[in-house]
Structure formats: structure tokens, C-alpha cells
Design a protein around this ligand. Sequence first.
Ligand code: PAN
Ligand code: ZN
Length: 189
Amino acid sequence: MFNAKPFGLQINFNSGMINGAKLSQRRLSDMRGLYADSAALEQIISTEGDRLVYEVFAADLPETEGNILYCTTVIQPGQVGNEYHMTKGHYHARRDRAEIYVGIAGNGQLLLQLEAGTLRAVPMGPGTAAYVPPYWGHRTVNTGAVPFSFFAAWPGDAGHDYGAIAEVGFGKLLVAHDGQPVLIDNPRR
Ligand code: PAN
Ligand code: ZN
């Protein structure tokens, strides 16, 4: 089945944005329940407004076996309480599907977690090619003062399961301690 045509899209290596891609935005109100300090999140929304946390610029491709999907993600700098801006995080619905991330601009960390609990953190910056193996849930965190962007490519039939992470979260949080990123145990787990 030929269900996609050849094409090329332009990634801006300064901003991380992809020209002509499908844009999704995640604001603080989309992140309710994901930060440890939910009072801090509500406080920001009521005083500063519903600020942008991250954007995804995705190539418009069929989510089917045999295709490879790709996008860039741009996470704005910032914190909720002392926890850094991050993506929601997910497991692939088909757990045995892997993924590749390549850092574009800014700095952050890729947090990975097995459902049994093992957790790893991979520091990411421009040019870091990080591997998300099958079965590892994944979330990215901007630990810097400028936007952190990266490219991702994954199998078209992987799917996204956000529920497991929305319910119990990751085992560790990335928080600012004297201005430096530190991994601490998630108090809610
Ligand atoms: C990435 C993520 C993207 C946004 O493309 O989907 O960075 O993160 P959330 O999906 O957790 O909101 C990926 O891992 N795709 O499979
Ligand atoms: Zn993924």
C-alpha cells in the first residue's frame, strides 16, 4: 500500500520549529495533575495566565505499520514550583516500539522508565542522538534558560499511552536545587 508521498520539510535549527508541520500546543492547563506542586500550577494560571509549556511540530503521516513518524518538540524554559517544564510523557501503546531523539537547540534531559520502576536520565543538547528502547516510558525536561528542542522519529503503529504516567507519574522529578537540575524521588509515588 502506497499511503504516503515523498516530501521534505524544513527544520529551523535555531528555533526547532518545522515549517509546514501540524502544530500542537500544550499549556499549563493541559498539564494539570502532572506536576508535583499542583497549587503552584494553579497560582501561575491565575496570576500570569495559561502559559505555553511546549509545542510539537509533526509531519502529517499515516499512523500505520511501515511508516516512520517524525516531529520536533520545543519546550519553553520555566518551572512549576521547583520542577522544570517538561512534556506529559508516555509509553508507546505498542510497548515494543522504540524511538530516536536528536537534540537540536538548548539543553535538557530525557527521563526513561520501565513499568517495573527502573529509571534512567540521559542528558541532551544539540547533536545528542538518544535511544528510547522498546518498553521504556519517556518524558523530556528543559533544564536550561532557553527553549530546548529535539527531533523524534518512531514507528507509525507505536501509538501513545498517556494514562499510566498521568495516574502515577514518573518515579523521579527533575527539580531546580540552587539553580542546578537534581533528580529527587516523586513524593506522590
Ligand atoms: C515525542 C513526543 C513529544 C511530546 O514525539 O510525543 O515530545 O511529548 P508527549 O507526547 O509526551 O506530550 C514522542 O515520544 N513520540 O512518540
Ligand atoms: Zn514516544
